[in-house]
Design a protein around this ligand. Sequence first.
Ligand code: ATP
Ligand code: ZN
Length: 289
Amino acid sequence: MEPVQTLRIAIQKSGRLTDKTITLLENIGIKFDGYKNRLLVKALNFDVELLLIRDDDIPEYVQDGICDLGVVGANVTLETEADITVLQDLGFGQCRLSMASPVSKNIKSSKDLAGKRIATSYPVLTKKYFDSLGLDAKIIKISGAVEITPRLDVADAICDLVSTGGTLKTNGLREMETILKSESQLIRTNKPLPQHKLDLIEKFLVRIEGQQLAENSRYILMNAPKDSLEKITDIIPSLNSPTVLPLANPDMIAIHTVIPITKFWEVMEQLKDAGATGIVMLPIQNMIN
Ligand code: ATP
Ligand code: ZN
């Protein structure tokens, strides 16, 4: 019999994604015993291990099958053009890759950049963008502090990651177009995997889905006059039919249900108008449909 191989997941060693990735893995039930300053960490309760590396290396490690899974920003995966499959968007590490130019110069859009110098850590994506505009620009690859290059007269404009826009502003830059919206993703190798790894991946995907559903839902409870039940059930965009419980006062009932967080305020106001009182909202730790 072949030895059972451990499912290996590549994650960022130390950076913006690290803590959130570890939290995600813990939330889906994988336990670790300290990961700081280690390269390879075995899980305590699953046949899973983490490889902690620079985020730039993750897509290729997954492509080559050195790791089965990886957690990395779409920006990195697309820049490396790795041959992998995206399994799931993870809802953290949101940012955008944008073109920006000095406020002091008369560059309003990338169309004004034909023949100019563009500094970026994302030469592949930047080149594709200029190709799509049918423009030729001189792309200069810089690995860090791209935002200071216009001031140093190394570049006329930049293409860089932005989340709040604060760094651009501080450096006298104006954001022009967004060329990519990105977040962290769970990626999978396209190399064939043994059944036990596929089973484990499937299990984790179901758990991630449950986790995301729970994060985006709230449990609400309220009291209401018995005769308003129909009106209230019509308002609730519930996944299931609500739970209705009797109260000591025979004219009143308690209603419990789960609603998507995006509907919370809208639903809350309508429930109040329909006669609901004592409306309480609670976070949900986890849920499976
Ligand atoms: P490493 O040492 O692993 O190469 P890094 O410096 O390239 O680290 P970080 O700055 O930690 O990377 O960013 C990791 C990822 O976080 C980015 O690739 C991107 O997907 C995401 N991210 C979210 N917001 C931002 C932002 N404002 N600037 C840069 N990256 C961001
Ligand atoms: Zn990096």
